[in-house]
Design a protein around this ligand. Structure first.
Ligand code: ADP
Ligand code: ZN
Length: 290
């Protein structure tokens, strides 16, 4: 089966042609500019290929409600030019094939469950800590959607007593994304994360916020694996701190060896590295084709 996949991010679009085993035959990356320009690249990329279905994992919020008049749209995104963009419609006009559509993080969770760190499990979370913070979830074998789709990057966190930073979320100020995303780090400390690598206090504080979120997700969803990716996690000293703080916050209450003794195998980096999202989009395409 020849399948198309799109991982649509706020800074770049990754397009790929591959198969239902997650193999990627050809890929290309385009900057996210304005819809007309970016989509022209996407359409040119797929045109020579006879794809049987296309899977899209998109930045959001997106409308995933089947039957909704705006199904397949990017909706209330802070990226003004992409607001109310009919993503699935734009693809369907050029490629009359089944199209799978979900959030970028749900696609990544699916990729990791099929072929990555959560292989063989019925549940997992995929958290990205990058320009924004987003979380995809598989619960009892299925991607979690609900009313719209979860927005776990915007949960409220307890403020560190020494942290007076107002936060960068345009909607909530000091929600998790407002306090712990890449742009939050840059605004709080006046330098990009990559330039702050040797400043322990930066990463202690980062882990303080991320651990609260992960502890809350564990309490609410009880995932069998927690996968954390995104640019900020390239700071490899953060994840061990997150694991330790999660154990402290849960304080023995969730009595499972994965948390009490094997947390290094429980809260992990993506098994597919930077390919989780695009591989998951191939899985979405395969599912759409049926
Ligand atoms: P996006 O979220 O746009 O898809 P990324 O996941 O790469 O892309 O996240 C970009 C954010 O991650 C930026 O805010 C950037 O400063 C931060 N970032 C990227 N690389 C690093 C790094 N090595 N160390 C710390 N922060 C990083
Ligand atoms: Zn927010």
């Amino acid at each position: 089966m020849i399948l198309g996949a799109i991982e649509a991010g706020g800074t770049k679009f990754v397009c790929a042609v591959g198969d239902e085993q997650g193999n990627i035959h050809e890929r290309a990356v385009f900057p996210t500019t304005v819809p007309e320009e970016t989509m022209a690249h996407v359409i040119d990329f797929f045109r020579p290929h006879n794809v049987e279905a296309i899977g899209i994992g998109s930045f959001g919020p997106v409308d995933l409600r089947p039957g909704s008049p705006t199904y397949g749209y990017i909706t209330s995104t802070p990226k003004q030019v992409w607001r109310n963009f009919d993503f699935v419609g734009a693809m369907k006009r050029h490629f009359p094939v089944p199209i799978g559509f979900d959030t970028d993080v749900n696609a990544a969770a699916l990729g990791e469950q099929r072929w990555g760190a959560a292989r063989g499990l019925d549940s997992c979370l995929y958290i990205t800590v990058g320009t924004g913070i987003g979380v995809g979830a598989i619960v009892e074998g299925r991607l979690l959607h609900g009313l719209l789709h979860p927005e776990m990057g915007h949960i409220l966190v307890r403020r560190h007593p020494d942290d007076a930073f107002a936060g960068v979320c345009p909607y909530h100020g000091d929600c998790l994304e407002g306090m712990a995303s890449g742009p939050a780090i840059e605004r709080r400390w006046g330098k990009k994360g990559v330039e702050l690598a040797d400043r322990d206090e930066v990463w202690e504080l980062e882990a303080f916020y991320l651990a609260q979120a992960v502890a809350n997700y564990i309490l609410v969803l009880s995932p069998e694996k927690v996968i954390v990716g995104g640019g900020v996690m390239k700071q490899t000293h953060v994840l061990p701190l997150v694991r330790r703080y999660v154990q402290e916050l849960l304080n023995g209450y969730v009595e499972h060896e994965m948390i009490l003794r094997r947390i290094d195998e429980y809260i992990v980096l993506p098994g597919l590295g930077d390919n989780a999202g695009i591989a998951g989009a191939l899985a979405l395409a395969a599912a759409a084709r049926g």
